[in-house]
Every structure is written in C-alpha cells, then in structure tokens.
Design a protein around this ligand. Structure first.
Ligand SMILES: Cc1cc2nc3c(=O)[nH]c(=O)nc-3n(C[C@H](O)[C@H](O)[C@H](O)COP(=O)(O)OP(=O)(O)OC[C@H]3O[C@@H](n4cnc5c(N)ncnc54)[C@H](O)[C@@H]3O)c2cc1C
Ligand code: FES
Length: 341
C-alpha cells in the first residue's frame, strides 16, 4: 500500500515508497509504465497521442507516470526487481572535461566530489537540472564499475535550451551540475543466454556503450552484434571504440550503418535504415533479444517488423529519446492510497 501526495502521479508515489514499477520516459511518451486500474478513478494526465488509446482506457489501462489518483485505487502492475538495488539520489557533479567528439556531439565527463557513490545499472539515465528547475534526461555512457564518474553523450538540438548552453560556450569545465537518478528500466537482462542485438541511433550509442562495457567486465560470453545508425560518417563520434571491441572480443560484432550515402563520403560499409540492416541479416529473431536506443522513430520502426520475424514482444527492450514536457514537482500533502496487486 502506498500513499500518494497531492499532485503526485501513481509512478512517483510508488517509487518514493520503494515499489519499483517499470518506466522509461516518465512523461507519457513511451508506454513503458502502462498498467491496469482495478478499482477507483484517476486523472489520466497529459500524454502523447497514440501511447494510450481510448479502447485501452475503456479496458482500465492508464499510464502510471501521468495518472494521478482521484480516489483510493487498486492497480495491477509488475515490479522490476533490479530497480530495488539503487535508490534515486540528487547529487552535485563537476564538469571535469568537455570533448567535442563530432560537430554536433559533446562528451561530458562529470565527477562526483563527495564520498557518496552514485550507483546505477548499465543502460539507465540521469536527469540534469537546469537553472529554471526543469530537467533534461541523458543516458549514462560509462559502465557502472566506474561509479565515481558519469559520462554523457550530448547531441546538439537546434534551438535547444540545455544543448545550446553546452555547445555555445555557456558551459565550462569546472561548472557544477545538479544530477538526479538513476532512472529507467532499460538495462541488460543478464539472466538470459540469448544472443543480443544492439540497435543504436546517433547518441543512442551512449547506454549501449555502458551495457557493452559492463558485459565485457562481467565476462558475458553471449554473442553480441551492435548496429549503429547515423546520417554522415562524421556522426560516428566514437567509431574506434566498437571497432576495438570487435578486434578484442570474438563474441562481439560491429555493423556501422549510414542512412544517406554520398559519393564524397567514399563509404564502403552498409547503407540505409539501421532497422532494415538488421532485418537483412536476421531472417529469424525467435531466439534473440534486441536492445534499441535513439530517436523515437527508429525505436518504433523496428518494433513491428522484428516481431514479424518472431522476436517475442518481451524481448524487445527500448529507450527512446523523447522530448519531455517536464512535470512540476509534487507538494507534501498526503492524498490518496494506491494498493498494488
Ligand atoms: C530517457 C531519455 C534519455 C535521453 N538520453 C539522451 C542522451 O543520452 N543523449 C542525448 O543527446 N539526448 C538524450 N535525450 C534527449 C534529451 O533529454 C533532450 O531532449 C535534448 O538534449 C534536448 O534538450 P534541450 O534542452 O537542448 O532542448 P529543449 O529546449 O528541451 O527543446 C528545444 C526544441 O527541440 C525539440 N527537441 C528537444 N529534444 C529533442 C530531441 N531529442 N530530438 C528532437 N527534437 C528535440 C523540442 O521539441 C523543442 O522544440 C534523452 C531523452 C530521454 C527521454
Ligand atoms: S509513458 Fe510512462 S514512463 Fe513513458
């Protein structure tokens, strides 16, 4: 049983009281938090079109990251045991190093200066707080065994507030950032022995890098194939790294895919959509796991065709870089009770 404060969503109330419901975006954009209201009424909140249909609402479904209780509730959902491991913290990190890895990609190396460790699971993300109190989400790119630092891969968004600050000389080495996390239920499922396909788009490479480095560290010997899709060769901002992984590990394969090839690129590798490249290579996906991260359109584009090749729905793990509408913080007043089944 958990108690929701005034204005708190079901997800916020549950996480605060150590009930670890699944979620990714916390913003009504991905559908990862969808569950069933068995009893009681909710305000469904604001979410993106298509993520929760009217038919699903009629069948009792709600997005727990947006829905706020209007009465005491009974809900049905499953818990993610792995998330129990690390509580969400808000800590200050210093910008140790800024590296322009490509024209539109900045690598941030952040160091936590206190004694407290910032533990996370490979694949999770953090929220960086801006001066106006809003937050932006970024996947952690380093592996969890380096818990004194955070590596973030930031792609410039035209007109973007935070990325404008990062790219236009606003942010300097030595600056201090308020960082909250770890968040999200996108992580490597180590209990399986299925071959892994990683699908990354642009800076969607970040959490995959964390997962792959973690996999090597723990000696995971399942076959792993990384398909990394970008627009131009210069967008492969850390190309040497997966090439090195491929040379050093027999169970790792790297397939870079360029979406638009031009003669001046002199590109000898694969071209087209990264999802298509996977479909060309795998006539059957019954016995695989796929981890997809990057632009929402790429993550969505893979879902139906991969299932069409036999990939079980629960073996497609994804983290899409949705644009957030940044929820306001909740107040302290107790409100309704939520009972989880
Ligand atoms: C779970 C999660 C993890 C993420 N991890 C990463 C990561 O590792 N690396 C990374 O580069 N980004 C990541 N993002 C995206 C990131 O959180 C921001 O959305 C992005 O950096 C833009 O922030 P901004 O303040 O510059 O733009 P804003 O000021 O928030 O937006 C400016 C304009 O750009 C549009 N916009 C914002 N974000 C995007 C986007 N991602 N794509 C297209 N248009 C956009 C907005 O709609 C708005 O019109 C992640 C998002 C989520 C939800
Ligand atoms: S829609 Fe709720 S976590 Fe993404």
């Amino acid at each position: 049983m958990v108690t929701a404060r005034q204005g708190e969503t079901i997800l916020e109330a549950s996480l605060r009281q150590d009930i670890n419901l699944p979620y990714i975006c916390r913003d009504g954009a991905c559908g990862a938090c969808k569950g069933t209201i068995l009893k009681g009424t909710v305000d469904y909140g604001t979410y993106q079109e298509g993520v929760l249909t009217d038919a699903e609402k009629a069948a009792g479904k709600a997005l727990f990251c947006c829905a706020k209780p209007l009465s005491d509730l009974s809900i049905e959902c499953h818990e993610v045991d792995e998330l129990k491991r690390f509580p969400i913290k808000s800590l200050k990190f210093r910008v140790q190093k800024m590296t322009r890895a490509a024209q539109h990609v900045m690598l941030l190396d952040l160091r936590h200066e206190g004694d407290e460790r910032f533990n996370f699971i490979a694949g999770q993300y953090v929220a960086v707080q801006l001066d106006d109190g809003t937050k932006r989400s970024y996947s952690v790119a380093n592996a969890p065994y380096e818990s004194d630092r955070l590596e973030l891969h930031i792609r410039q968004v035209p007109g973007g507030k935070f990325t404008g600050h990062v790219f236009n000389d606003g942010m300097k080495e030595g600056d201090v950032l308020q960082v909250e996390g770890p968040y999200g239920s996108f992580f490597l499922h180590e209990d399986s022995d299925k071959p892994i396909i990683f699908m990354a788009g642009n800076t969607g490479f970040a959490p995959i890098k964390s997962m792959v480095e973690h996999a090597f560290k723990i000696g995971l010997n399942r076959p792993m194939a990384l398909y990394w899709g970008v627009k131009t060769p210069a967008d492969f901002y850390l190309m040497d790294l997966p090439e090195k992984w491929q040379q050093e590990h027999d169970n790792f394969k790297f397939i870079p895919v360029l979406s638009e090839s031009k003669p001046e690129y002199n590109w000898q590798g694969r071209t087209g959509l990264v999802t298509e490249a996977i479909l060309q290579d795998y006539p059957e996906l019954n016995n695989h796991q796929i981890y997809a991260c990057g632009p929402p359109a790429m993550v969505d584009a893979g879902r139906a065709p991969f299932m069409g090749r036999g990939l079980p729905e629960d073996q497609y793990f994804s983290d899409a870089f949705f644009v957030s509408h940044h929820n306001a913080p909740a107040t302290e007043t107790p409100s309704n009770e939520v009972k989880h089944d």
